[in-house]
Design a protein. Structure first.
Length: 451
C-alpha cells in the first residue's frame, strides 16, 4: 500500500489514536493502539479467485467516501483513499436535510456531487499507480440515500412516512450516465450492492458479508451467532443467527451522539474535565469523539458526579440503541450468553472502551469481553465481492421491479452451493421496525436511565 489515509478525515491529522506500520491489514486503514480486542482478520487477498486487471471497492457514506484499489489477479490491496462527501458542505450533514434539498430541486446537484467525488477519488488513486490505465471491475456500496443520489433515483419516498425507497435492488452492468467519469463509464463490470430498506442500505449488507454472514468459509464468524453494530447518525444493528443463518436487522435514529460533537455543547461544569479526551485531529480542536463521551460519562459515574443533563444527546441515542439490541436478541431467540462476538464497525469502534460502554448501559452485561473492531466493514464487504471471496455476482440490474431479469456480465458465476448470493443475503434479512414495535417505547424509557 502506497500510503495510509485517515478513514475519518481523508488525510492523516496525526491525532495519535492509531499507528501505521506499513503492512496491509485487509481493509483496515489503521492499526488501533488501545482496546478493544482487534478481530484477527485474514489478509483479504487470501483465497481470492484469480482474475485479470484491477478493481476498486467503494463505500459511499454520508460523511466520507472510501476507496480501495486491488490487483484482481493477486488480491493485493494497492492503495486506500478516503475523502469527505462534498454534499456535506453544500447540502447539510444528514441525509434528511439532503433529501429535502433534492425534493426542492437540487437532486441533480446532489447527484453531481457524488459523481465528482468518485472521479476525484479514483483520480487520486491512479495518480499513485500511474501504470494502470483502466479499471476492470468496480463494486460500490453505501447507504440507501447515497445510492439513490448516485443512480439519480427519485428520493421523495425516502423523505416521508412510510419511507419507501424507489429501489434497493442491486445493479450489475455498465453505467452509461453521461455525467459519470470516463473511467467508470468505460468499466463494463460495475456492481452496486443491494440494500434492505430506506434506513438499512447496501452498507449493512456489505458489512455483514465482511463479518462472515452466510459464508462458512469466513473464519471471522463462521457459524457462530454474532451482533453487528455500525453506530453513526443512523445506528444500524443486526443479529446473525449462526446455524439458522437467520438475520434480523434494524436501525435507530441516534442524532449527533455517535458522531464527533462540539465540546461547547456539553454542560459548562464538565467542560473542564474534557482536556484529556479532546481529539486533536480537527482544525478547531473542539470536537470530541463519541467514545470519549462514553468514557467521560463512565468516569463521572465512578466518581458519583454523573448528571443526566450533561449527557442528554448521548442518553437519547444510548436508549434507542440499547432498546434495539434487546429487541433484536429477543426476535432471534438469543441471550447475551449465546452471542459469540460483537462486531463494531466504523471509526467509532476503533476508540470505544467496551467496559465503559457497558458501564453506561450502551451494551448489555456479558458482552464487553466479546467486542471486536472491524474498521470500515462496508468497504471490506465490497472488497470480498470484488475479489470473489465467498460471494457471487448474481445481482439483478437496479430496476424498481424486482421481477425483471437480466443477464450477468462476462459469464460470472451466478449460483454455487459454496457461495453467498449477495442479493439473496439482502432478501434473507428480516427488518424489525422499532417505531412500530410494541416493546420499543417501554424499553427506550427504561434505558434512558443509567442504573
Amino acid at each position: 500500500m502506497k500510503k495510509f489515509f485517515c478513514g475519518e478525515q481523508g488525510a492523516c491529522k496525526k491525532c495519535g489514536r492509531c499507528k501505521t506500520d506499513g503492512k496491509i491489514r485487509g481493509i483496515f486503514f489503521h492499526k488501533p493502539v488501545q482496546e478493544p480486542e482487534k478481530i484477527p482478520l485474514k489478509q483479504v487477498a487470501e483465497g481470492c479467485r484469480k482474475q485479470e486487471g484491477y478493481g476498486i471497492a467503494i463505500d459511499i457514506g454520508t460523511t466520507t467516501i472510501a476507496f480501495e484499489l486491488f490487483n484482481l489477479q493477486s488480491g493485493e490491496s494497492m492503495v486506500a483513499y478516503a475523502c469527505i462527501n462534498s454534499q456535506r458542505n453544500a447540502f447539510g450533514s444528514d441525509v434528511m436535510t439532503r433529501i429535502t434539498h433534492a425534493i426542492a430541486g437540487d437532486a441533480v446537484a446532489l447527484h453531481e456531487c457524488i459523481v465528482r467525488d468518485l472521479a476525484r477519488g479514483i483520480e487520486q488513486i491512479l495518480l499513485q499507480v500511474p501504470k494502470i490505465q483502466e479499471i476492470s471491475r468496480i463494486v460500490i456500496c453505501g447507504n440507501t440515500t447515497m445510492l439513490h443520489f448516485l443512480q439519480n433515483f427519485p428520493v421523495e419516498g425516502l423523505g416521508r412516512y412510510p419511507f419507501t425507497p424507489f429501489s434497493v435492488a442491486g445493479f450489475n452492468g455498465q453505467l452509461s450516465d453521461s455525467t459519470m467519469p470516463e473511467i467508470i463509464k468505460a468499466c463494463r463490470n460495475v456492481f452496486i450492492l443491494p440494500g434492505v430498506s430506506a434506513f438499512l442500505g447496501a452498507d449493512i449488507v456489505a458489512g455483514l458479508l465482511h463479518c462472515g454472514a452466510g459464508d462458512s468459509t469466513n473464519k471471522n464468524a463462521g457459524i457462530e451467532n454474532f451482533l453487528y453494530l455500525d453506530l453513526g447518525t443512523n445506528a444500524e444493528m443486526a443479529v446473525f443467527g449462526g446455524f439458522s443463518e437467520k438475520i434480523y436487522v434494524t436501525s435507530a435514529a441516534a442524532g449527533p451522539a455517535f458522531e464527533k460533537m462540539r465540546v461547547q455543547n456539553l454542560h459548562p461544569q464538565i467542560v473542564a474535565k474534557c482536556d484529556k479526551f479532546i481529539s486533536f485531529n480537527t482544525e478547531n480542536h473542539n470536537d470530541m469523539f463519541a467514545a470519549d463521551i462514553i468514557t467521560l460519562a463512565a468516569q463521572n459515574l465512578r466518581e458519583g458526579t454523573f448528571n443526566p443533563r450533561d449527557f442528554a444527546d448521548f442518553l437519547l441515542a444510548k436508549a434507542a440503541v440499547r432498546a434495539g439490541l434487546e429487541i433484536l436478541l429477543a426476535e432471534a431467540g438469543l441471550s447475551c450468553e449465546n452471542v459469540a462476538k460483537v462486531f463494531i464497525a466504523g471509526g467509532f469502534g476503533y476508540k470505544i472502551n467496551a467496559t465503559d460502554a457497558t458501564a453506561v448501559g450502551l451494551f448489555p452485561q456479558g458482552l464487553e469481553d466479546k467486542v471486536f473492531t472491524v474498521g470500515n466493514a462496508a468497504l471490506g464487504g465490497a472488497a470480498r465481492v470484488l475479489l470473489n471471496l465467498g460471494v457471487t455476482y448474481g445481482i439483478p440490474r437496479a430496476l424498481p421491479n424486482p421481477d425483471i431479469a437480466c443477464d450477468t456480465q462476462d459469464g460470472f458465476e451466478t449460483t454455487s452451493k459454496h457461495l453467498t448470493h449477495v442479493d439473496g443475503l439482502a432478501r434473507n434479512m428480516t427488518e424489525i421496525p422499532l417505531a412500530t414495535h410494541p416493546q420499543f417505547e417501554e424499553l427506550f424509557l427504561k434505558n434512558m436511565e443509567i442504573l
